[in-house]
Design a protein around this ligand. Structure first.
Ligand code: HEM
Length: 244
């Protein structure tokens, strides 16, 4: 009987790259590590070694936000097509992306507030308001809310009923919670970012684009899905009414 050769018996040289592109190995070619690792200032270009920390946190935040917002946009398309379970799967990933972005802020607090002043001098008018990742958060989030509300209306429900009758509408219930989680994680990022900013540059100064840090503190109260938060108040009022 013919036996297929085991992988260990073939003449294939696994150390040789087979993908097109720059880099000595397929790992480097597929991930484009040459380009990726050239995106941070070299030690000669840095005004302070902490620029590597600063750029790493910001650049990796942009990557996680790119993934997270892409998943939100895909989830919205699934919702519009009535594919609720597929939307849920992607929203779970998106929430994790925001969690990672928030967690990374811890690293910035390992910088000395005094030494950061040296880094700050080379940022020009650079400000987080121009972050492509957060611009995407602001762009993709409202359509997600609209697609969800349409799915709720299609079932002849309103948000309060999604919670009251949650057992009979499991996916809509889980989606409502996934949207609340997305909204809450944006706020958790804002709270954390506000504290980092206050700890590094102070809470009574203006940013590199002229925004008073106090304004960041006020943005913490913004909700993307106010109706979902209002529903909690309505549930509490309803429970009280039912108690008589
Ligand atoms: C030492 C670290 C940081 C400092 C001192 C800082 C400071 C500030 C300040 C002062 C503002 C107000 C706008 C202005 O510049 O005038 C701002 C806004 C913002 N920053 Fe940062 N930031 C830091 C890290 C980050 C990181 C890692 C991100 C991640 C992408 C980020 C994203 C944003 C965003 C999105 C805004 C707009 C506010 C919002 O949408 O809530 N920042 N930042």
């Amino acid at each position: 009987m013919l036996r297929r050769p085991l992988a260990t018996e073939t003449n294939e040289d696994f150390s040789e790259p087979i993908l097109p592109g720059k880099g000595a190995s397929d790992y480097e070619r597929y991930l484009r590590t040459d380009d990726l690792l050239a995106l941070q200032k070299s030690p000669e270009e840095q005004v302070h070694p902490d620029e590597l920390l600063f750029q790493t946190v910001h650049q990796s935040s942009e990557l996680w936000l790119k993934l997270g917002t892409s998943e939100v946009a895909r989830a919205t398309a699934h919702l519009r097509a009535g594919e609720l379970a597929a939307a849920l799967r992607l929203l779970g990933r998106a929430a994790l992306c925001l969690q990672f972005t928030t967690r990374q802020l811890d690293m910035l607090e390992r910088m000395s507030p005094w030494e950061y002043q040296t880094v700050r001098r080379v940022l020009g008018h650079g400000s987080g308001f121009d972050s492509p990742g957060f611009r995407e958060v602001r762009r993709v989030t409202p359509p997600l809310g609209e697609a969800f509300e349409a799915a709720v209306a299609q079932e002849g429900l309103d948000l309060v009923e999604v919670y009251v009758q949650g057992r009979d509408h499991e996916e809509l219930y889980q989606l409502a919670e996934a949207l609340v989680e997305w909204d809450e994680r944006i706020t958790m990022w804002r709270i954390r970012h506000y504290k980092v900013v206050a700890r590094i540059i102070g809470d009574q100064v203006v940013g590199t684009q002229g925004t008073p840090v106090e304004v960041l503190g006020k943005m913490i109260h913004h909700n993307f899905f106010p109706a979902l938060w209002r529903a909690r108040n309505q549930l509490t009022a309803r429970a009280k009414d039912e108690e008589g």
